[in-house]
Structures are given as structure tokens and as C-alpha cells.
Design a protein around this ligand. Structure first.
Ligand code: NAD
Length: 344
């Protein structure tokens, strides 16, 4: 007789499938020939989901989680109430509550329904802020997360959800993976409305700016980050799911840039010369943050390869063409996307 795992081989659930990374992940897994169920509280905004089945469900409700995981072998848990730094620093209580409920209910449902493998999408926001004050930052290693001092609200919840995921592995034999994502960007992601992250926000501001004008930059622009192209991110998530590794693992790049450098890259791609107007009253998050990919390289013999400039060459034209439809994009019209293709 077939085991449960054999029976459900190739059947995968992606939660957060109406969101940025989840939607790309569904496309990626479909391209690998898997049967995919997507679940989200909303459908993808910019194009239809290629999922075999798409459930619109609120995953704060236990019964909805149980219905969502029924009959699948693997769960990619990407659903979360989240957004850019402005959003996560304005909604501590509601965001933490929503994510606590989603994560606790998804784990219990996966245990009850006999799921084989469970991947939790955590974040670099779990790392202690006391390690991220200096601009000359060292890459963050997985073991640096505890003793803890994570991002208020969003980061604390992620850190506890990592622990909870680990306990379900230890106590119930769930095959868990915990992945710490570092600033993912690319086409088909939020670029306005407050949930957008820095690369999309900068692309939007540059696209809407007249040649020679100024754009607003939050902080003094000298804060640093590394950014991971979404095509690499979904590839990495699937590789980690296939690995035997159960401990937290970084998924990002080590290409550290200042926000000023990010702006210059986007201006170069856009063919615009713009001034920067700094607003230091806006939230900026930690001063400096980079990934240390040593463990990722060791476990997977792989790491994200897309250079930031190449990823932005795909992201900027997409955002510009979206804004062009509403009449707010300013010339010049960007050339066709030049960067590497998003895995399909
Ligand atoms: P996203 O906001 O685009 O996607 C999250 C999705 O979860 C959304 O579509 C949202 O509707 C859905 N969701 C929220 N509440 C829900 C609920 N109650 N029931 C069902 N669905 C619900 O964000 P994303 O960038 O695609 O991020 C995916 C995951 O990766 C999240 O867990 C996020 O915390 C994590 N992450 C992302 C980044 C990044 O840079 N994008 C960095 C670190 C971690």
C-alpha cells in the first residue's frame, strides 16, 4: 500500500499565493510539473495565478488552514501580513496578531493532516538590531539571531514562529525548513500604497520624476542593504525544500549597497539625472544589514547569482509600464527588460 507521502507526491500548497513571492513560486513550481494549490485572502493583483486550484481563504481561521492543507505533501507557508518599513512600523499589534494566528494554525493543520514537508518563510528582520548599527556591517550568520533583539512586532513574531516551526518538527516529526529571506524584489510586486519595499519604491519615484527634478529618499541614503531577485528567491526556496536541512538558513545575496547607490542604479537604468531630497523623519529600519551566505553555500552548493543591476533592469521597466497605464510615468520609456528572465 502507498504511504501518505507517496500518495501526495507532487502535490504542493503555496500560502500567500496571491502575494509577490507566492505568485512567483506558484509559477516556478508549475514549470517543474508539480500540482499546485494556491491559497490567499486575495487573488494575485497583476496577472492570474497558474495554480491548479486557488482558494480564497483567511488563514487566521483554523478550519480554513485545515481545508487548505488537505491532500498535499508539501507546504510553503508564505502568507503574512507584511509590507515595507513604513507599514510594519505603524501596525505592531494587528500585524503581530494576524501572523501569530496564521502561523500557529498552519502548523497545527499541517500536523493534523499529515503533511510531509513544511517550509516557513522567515525574515532577516529576526536579527538583533544591536548587530546592525554600524555601516561597516558584517554579514549576518544564522547563529547571530539569539540572544535576540529583532525588529519590533514583525521581527519578534517571525522569530517566535521559527521556534514554533522547529517544535513541530521535534515533537511531531513534521519535516520543517526555516528560511530567512533578505529583501526580495522584482516585477509583479507592490510598488505603491505603502506595502512596497525600497527597490520598488525607488523605481516608482524615479519613473514618476521629470528629468532634472528631485525624488524623496527616506533617511540620509547611507543605510545599507542587500537585495535578492525574486527569480533566485523562488529557486532557492524550492532547493531548500528538497534539502535535508531543518535549521534556519539565510536566502539572500551578499551584494551590499547603500540606498544612495540603489537610487543611482535605478537612475542609470531609467536614463534620468535626478537629485535626492532626504527625509530623515521617515522610518529607516536598521542602519546596515547584509546576509552571510556561508551556510547556504555549504548546504545547497548554490546561492542567488543575479546582480542587483540585472534584476533592476527587469523590475524598473515593469513598474514604469504599470505607471504609464495610469498616466503618471514620465519619459524616457525604458527599453525592453534586459535582465535575466524570471524562472517559469
Ligand atoms: P506579500 O504581502 O506580497 O504576500 C503575502 C501574502 O499573504 C499576501 O498576498 C496576503 O494577502 C497574504 N495574507 C495576509 N494575510 C492573510 C490571511 N489572513 N490569510 C491568507 N492570506 C493572507 O509579501 P511577500 O513579499 O510575497 O512575502 C511572502 C513571505 O515572505 C512573507 O511571509 C514575508 O514575511 C516573507 N518575507 C518577504 C520578504 C520580502 O522582501 N518580500 C523579506 C523577508 C521575508
Amino acid at each position: 500500500m502507498k504511504s501518505e507521502a507517496d500518495r501526495y507526491h507532487g502535490r504542493v500548497l503555496v500560502t500567500g499565493a496571491g502575494g509577490f513571492i507566492g505568485h512567483h513560486l506558484v509559477k516556478f513550481l508549475k514549470s517543474k510539473g508539480l500540482w499546485v494549490r494556491g491559497v490567499d485572502i486575495k487573488k494575485p493583483e497583476y496577472e492570474p495565478s497558474p495554480a491548479d486550484e486557488f482558494l480564497v481563504q483567511d488563514l487566521r481561521v483554523p478550519e480554513n488552514c485545515q481545508q487548505s492543507v488537505r491532500g498535499v505533501r508539501d507546504v510553503y507557508q508564505l502568507a503574512a501580513d507584511m509590507g515595507g518599513i513604513g507599514y510594519i512600523t505603524r501596525n505592531f499589534a494587528s500585524l503581530s496578531r494576524n501572523n501569530v494566528l496564521i502561523n500557529a494554525n498552519m502548523l497545527e493543520a499541517s500536523h493534523l493532516e499529515g503533511v510531509d514537508r513544511y517550509l516557513y518563510s522567515s525574515s532577516a528582520c529576526v536579527y538583533p538590531s544591536f548587530l546592525q548599527h554600524a555601516e561597516s556591517v558584517k554579514g549576518l550568520r544564522e547563529q547571530d539571531a539569539i540572544p535576540a533583539d529583532p525588529e519590533k512586532g514583525y521581527g519578534w513574531e517571525k522569530l517566535f514562529a521559527e521556534q514554533l516551526t522547529t517544535y513541530y518538527g521535534e515533537d511531531h516529526g513534521l519535516g520543517v525548513h526555516v528560511v530567512r529571506l533578505h529583501n526580495v524584489y522584482g516585477p509583479l510586486g507592490a510598488y505603491e500604497g505603502g506595502r512596497e519595499k525600497a527597490p520598488a519604491a525607488i523605481c516608482r519615484k524615479v519613473a514618476e520624476a521629470e528629468e532634472g527634478s528631485a525624488i524623496e529618499v527616506w533617511g540620509d541614503g547611507e543605510q545599507t542593504r542587500s537585495f535578492c531577485y525574486v527569480g533566485d528567491c523562488v529557486d532557492g526556496l524550492s532547493r531548500i525544500m528538497e534539502s535535508d536541512d531543518a535549521k534556519p538558513i539565510n536566502l539572500g545575496t551578499e551584494e551590499l549597497v547603500t540606498i544612495n547607490e540603489l537610487v543611482e542604479l535605478v537612475c542609470g537604468i531609467a536614463g534620468k539625472h535626478l537629485r535626492k531630497q532626504y527625509d530623515v523623519s521617515q522610518p529607516q529600519g536598521v542602519r546596515a544589514r547584509n546576509s552571510d551566505n556561508s551556510r547556504l553555500r555549504k548546504v545547497l552548493n548554490w546561492e542567488p547569482k543575479t546582480r542587483l543591476e540585472d534584476g533592476l533592469k527587469r523590475t524598473y521597466p515593469w513598474i514604469w509600464s504599470r505607471l504609464d497605464k495610469t498616466g503618471t510615468a514620465k519619459p524616457p520609456r525604458p527599453k525592453e527588460a534586459l535582465g535575466p528572465p524570471i524562472p517559469r
